[in-house]
Design a protein around this ligand. Structure first.
Ligand SMILES: NC(=O)c1ccc[n+]([C@@H]2O[C@H](COP(=O)([O-])OP(=O)(O)OC[C@H]3O[C@@H](n4cnc5c(N)ncnc54)[C@H](OP(=O)(O)O)[C@@H]3O)[C@@H](O)[C@H]2O)c1
Length: 416
């Protein structure tokens, strides 16, 4: 059983709990703590399916109710003591970060220091300026102890493909990554190409729940910048390149079309207010589509590593692509990312790059990958122990045989 502490109960976090409820009878997952931006609820045993349903219902009810206002048996006000108990006594503990908060960097670092596993769909900690902490987390990601599958391309496995490349290729002279990494912006490009106006496309993207809580994160391209930065920093961590040396050339999705004033005004707007301002860009986007003619608009990110220059660079912009380009045929929220390592090509997608369910699946895939490795390792030890015990029984060994010492050592390993 894996004990899970879930941070974030928005679209992704509640979708995660819904799937946990479906899978609860399999006894793989045990939710022990849920936390939102202002409150938390924790239990020393495990929340039941009914408890989790109550939490979801409470969280979805009107008036932003606090989690600690909930009456659930076995929960306690003394969260700190219970936290310490759980952190030091549970063997398979995972922190799941489904927030969009950069401050979670410290929480994730504390968790790995206490040998808990971390699964994050939250990009903000990995894009933060605290290089030492980010490097530590990314080094753990390269070792398979931290899962960040959902941070780039929802459940397509983009970071995982890069991690495979970095762990498999000994000394590549170049790595090039090119792709569409935003579900929201892929959707926008597809809708515009179908002849819908910019404002109608924004409205339906928001209705479908694709954009970030502050939509400008997507429409400025900041979200794609963070995704590309995570990939670039994974490479920089592997090859010991300073984060300050990553060159970034980034132009916004609406930047070349909207004025600087407009961008500054919509920067912090919530989904509702952002939608209200969208019609102001309809005409300019219409002209941009006409200018592209037969070509399609795609918001494309490139990440390049050169061994000769010992450098990593990022380039992001809205481009026109023709029918011969691999990204021309992308539809809906699909993302696609192509990797070129010394001219050997691999890719992830096309497939959905946004959505609460697909992002929640990314969390489960990471949890399964992290804990499957541990389980497989433990199973091997069990088999070895069984064989050693059988040998001892068969030959009436002495009290301190070599085999007994190995058995003792393996048991300690397993308990750790
Ligand atoms: N939805 C997608 O398609 C998608 C795809 C890939 C990645 N992601 C990533 O998934 C994450 C969650 O997305 P979402 O759409 O579920 O966001 P959301 O609906 O805005 O939910 C965010 C949740 O985080 C909570 N929170 C904020 N700060 C916190 C803190 N310090 N400690 C604990 N909880 C905190 C919020 O609490 P309150 O409820 O109190 O406000 C809220 O419940 C984001 O990082 C996003 O980038 C989403």
């Amino acid at each position: 059983m894996v004990d899970i502490m879930l941070y974030g109960l928005g679209g992704v976090g509640t979708a995660f709990l819904e799937k946990a409820i479906e899978e609860y009878d399999l006894k793989k997952w045990n939710i022990v703590r849920v936390v939102d931006s202002s409150s938390e609820i924790i239990t020393i045993t495990s929340f039941s399916k009914t408890d989790l349903e109550t939490i979801i219902k409470h969280k979805r009810s009107e008036g932003s109710p606090k989690l600690n206002e909930l009456q659930i048996d076995g929960t306690t006000e003394d969260a700190k003591t219970i936290m310490e108990f759980i952190m030091t006594n549970r063997l398979n503990l995972a922190i799941v970060d489904a927030t969009a908060n950069e401050a979670m960097l410290e929480t994730q670092i504390s968790a790995i220091k206490l040998e808990a596993s971390v699964v994050s769909v939250n990009k903000a900690p990995y894009a933060s300026n605290n290089e030492n902490y980010v490097r530590e987390l990314l080094a753990s990601t390269l070792n398979g102890k931290v899962g960040i599958r959902g941070t780039v391309g929802a459940d397509l496995g983009t970071p995982n493909e890069l991690i495979r490349i970095l762990n498999e290729y000994k000394n590549p002279s170049k790595i090039e990554i090119e792709g569409c990494m935003s579900g929201t912006l892929s959707f926008m490009c597809d809708e515009l190409q179908k002849g819908k106006s910019y404002s109608k496309s924004v409205e339906s993207a928001i209705k479908k729940g694709y954009p970030e809580p502050i939509p400008f994160m997507d429409f400025s391209g900041e979200d794609v910048r963070n995704k590309a930065l995570i990939l670039a920093r994974l490479i920089a961590t592997k090859y010991d390149i300073g984060f300050d040396n990553i060159k970034i050339n980034h132009s916004s999705f609406i930047g070349g079309i909207a004025s600087d004033e407009y961008c500054a005004e919509v920067k912090n707007l919530d989904k509702h207010s952002f939608t209200q301002r969208a019609p102001e860009l309809d005409q300019a986007f219409q002209q941009r589509i006409e200018q592209a003619g037969e070509k399609a608009l795609r918001y494309i990110a490139n990440v390049k590593y050169s061994k000769a220059e010992n450098s990593v660079s990022i380039d992001i912009s809205l481009k026109e692509v023709d029918t011969s380009h691999g990204l021309y045929t992308l539809k809906g929220t699909d993302n696609m990312i192509v990797f070129n390592v010394d001219d050997k090509i691999s890719s992830v997608g096309p497939g959905p790059g946004a959505g609460n369910e697909t992002t929640r699946d990314a969390i489960y895939n990471d949890l399964n990958a992290i804990f499957y490795q541990k389980t497989a390792w433990n199973n091997n030890i069990y088999i070895l122990l069984y064989i050693l015990k059988k040998i001892d029984r068969d030959r009436e060994s002495k009290a301190y045989s070599v085999s007994k010492v190995i058995q003792w050592y393996l048991t300690v390993l397993m308990i750790r």
